[in-house]
Write a protein that binds this ligand. Sequence first.
Ligand code: HAM
Length: 419
Amino acid sequence: MAIHIPRGTQDIMPPEVETWHLIEEAARKLCSLYQYQEIRTPIFEHTELFSRGVGDSTDIVEKEMYNFTDRGGRNMTLRPEGTAAVVRSFVENKMYGNPDQPVKLYYMGPMFRYERPQAGRYRQFVQFGIEALGSNDPAIDAEVISLAMALYRELGLKKLKLVLNSLGDTESRKAHREALVSHFQPRIGEFCEDCQKRLEKNPLRILDCKKDSGHELMETAPSIVDYLNDSSRAYFEKVQEYLKKLEIPFEVDPNLVRGLDYYNHTAFEIMSEAEGFGAITTLCGGGRYNGLAEELGGPETPGIGFALSIERFIAALKAEKVELPVERKIDCYLVSLGDRAKDYTVGLLQELRNEGISAERDYLGRKLKAQFKAADRLGARFVAVLGDDELEKGVINLKNMETGEQTEVELASLAKQFR
Ligand code: HAM
């Protein structure tokens, strides 16, 4: 019986993988412009990193992690996100001592969440994310958001909506939390089992519940904006002022609650507003996490970042019907006729490739016409035809496939001819 791919995963096949390369290259280029450096952390970490970092009462930690015990009996987890590991590494490698602050990092790689698969939601997906650690300047919040927007725009997305909120500092969050508990407690029996648990552990998460989203108490729930203290409010205003300066349109949504526990102050999501994008419209999510480094045993360090998945990026490109230039082309296809010529192309092909010329030949013993067809399918710019006669004379016939022009070239100078 054939073995199938696991549910919620996908094979990225050629030529679609070319689109991935374009996005990855654009992301790396922007990171270099904005001065973010790549960091590569392991695919698996100690489970405790996520239960402490992301938060015990989040859906991710409670229901979605790929946990396993290794042969040494340790509890390990396939990473569901990148921030906790980056901050772990920041602390472990004492990057808070680096002369260059803030420390600006980016990562790209697979993440794993045991979610119910649907359009735009996978169990293995690739995140591109950035994290800026060590600065409490609202300008860096604006920079982080602007990098995400720049990447989407660079690749041609237009129907984007940036949604912004502030979750405030510890003091503001505490006041809001108390207000939420008093709001929901008297009627918590009408809510789902998860929400009942959330009331004590993390009442903010109730606002994000899909099952109870229609309950009347949701509409009237106390809003964080009314509980921000002066410094949190001032910080949030400054972030908005900078975004306006950068001409990045946004909407403030006091109900924006992110699904991870480490956030405070700025929280944001970028959505696709393209028609027919599907139910899950969030392309990118991020925010500030000033307590996370301390939570993971490091010194008090402010931080902010975002992550986006390439899968949803590509879905948005498709929804907006953006065609990326991913034509496949090669410089030269070697057509050969006769046994000696065929043998000769083995070395000739290598010579071309050594000179940086992309080249291909036939490996199936095809006839002349079929070899030309193969060259056509590969989008060959030139076809070089070698028969036993030409070989005898030390020449090769070079055809420009765009103009149809044919020239006889000395065999020994074919590679040079291309330059
Ligand atoms: P998140 O909102 O959990 O945040 O995920 C960020 C992005 O990852 C989402 O907006 C979405 O594009 C993508 N994503 C999440 N789950 C899936 C899935 N199952 N299939 C496809 N794409 C998915 C974080 O992960 C935070 N670490 C972001 C962050 C970085 N905050 C600060 N720094």
